[in-house]
Design a protein around this ligand. Structure first.
Ligand code: SF4
Length: 256
């Protein structure tokens, strides 16, 4: 099995669910390499700024570190310059849905052939817990000590509407199932968005909250219907996980 470990010292908080994402990703890439679906030397990973951004240090793959919110245009440029590469961008909810939201919308609209994996911990964790666009109403953090007054952004619904051809959501603590979602997102030709709920155990510990809130979409659900995907993504009582939408469309790099 392909060994993607590096010698870098891991500085995530002990027990951080980012370890779950790292484990899922390593297993997904190793399995795809073993079956010949991808060549590790043709994979380029990149990340923005945030706790998620350290993941590139822990993976023995070609990598690129971006500025805050700018990994998506970098990934688009890498793919455009060398379409033979498999380009996978990591980001956080602050990185992609605050600083970088405009880039993500346009990448989805253009259908750039890249994969975006968003570690959604609903807070700016690296800077010790400020509200992001996905923080819930009432969230108490450094910038909202009396509670966040804003409604959270439904990021997946927004990006589905913007044109994303693959929209999915996983959970960092469900490693095996999230690994399968990563493989599907990487396989997809076109812009694929995989958001992974990643509780921040230090500044926004949502593990208990999500224990009874998440559920995996029924196997009978067909992710080929836009209206059905919108409906699923707008559920509020529960948080569905799985692939909501998948449609293959002409990709930006080929059209151009
Ligand atoms: Fe993980 Fe939160 Fe610690 Fe960052 S601050 S490493 S997201 S637990």
């Amino acid at each position: 099995m392909l060994d993607l470990n590096t010698k870098a010292k891991n500085t995530w908080c002990p027990g951080c669910p980012n370890f779950g994402i790292l484990a899922s990703f390593k297993a997904a890439i190793a399995e795809m390499a073993e079956t010949g679906e991808l060549s590790p030397e043709k994979v380029v990973i990149g990340a923005g700024i945030g706790c998620h951004g350290k993941i590139t240090d822990y993976l023995n793959l070609n990598s690129f570190a971006g500025l805050h919110g700018r990994i998506v245009p970098l990934a688009t440029g890498i793919k455009l310059a060398n379409p033979d590469l498999k380009v996978i961008a990591f980001s956080g909810d602050g990185d992609s849905y605050a600083e970088g939201l405009d880039h993500v919308i346009h990448a989805a609209r253009r259908n750039s052939d890249i994969t975006l994996i968003v570690h959604n911990n609903q807070t700016f964790a690296l800077t010790t817990g400020q509200a992001t666009p996905t923080s819930p109403k009432g969230f108490k953090g450094k910038t909202t000590p009396f509670g966040n007054v804003e409604e959270p952004l439904n990021s997946l619904d927004l990006l589905l509407t913007a044109g994303a051809g693959f929209v999915a959501r996983g959970y960092a603590l469900e490693i095996a199932k999230t690994k399968e979602l990563i493989k599907e997102a990487v396989r997809h030709k076109g812009f694929s968005l995989l958001e992974i709920i990643q509780p921040c155990i230090t500044f926004n510990d949502t593990r208990e909250f999500y224990k009874n809130k998440i559920y995996w979409i029924d196997a009978k659900y067909q992710p080929n219907n836009f209206e059905a995907a919108c409906k699923k993504l707008r559920e509020t009582n529960k948080t569905p996980l799985g692939i909501f939408y998948r449609q293959v469309k002409p990709v930006f790099e080929e059209l151009i």
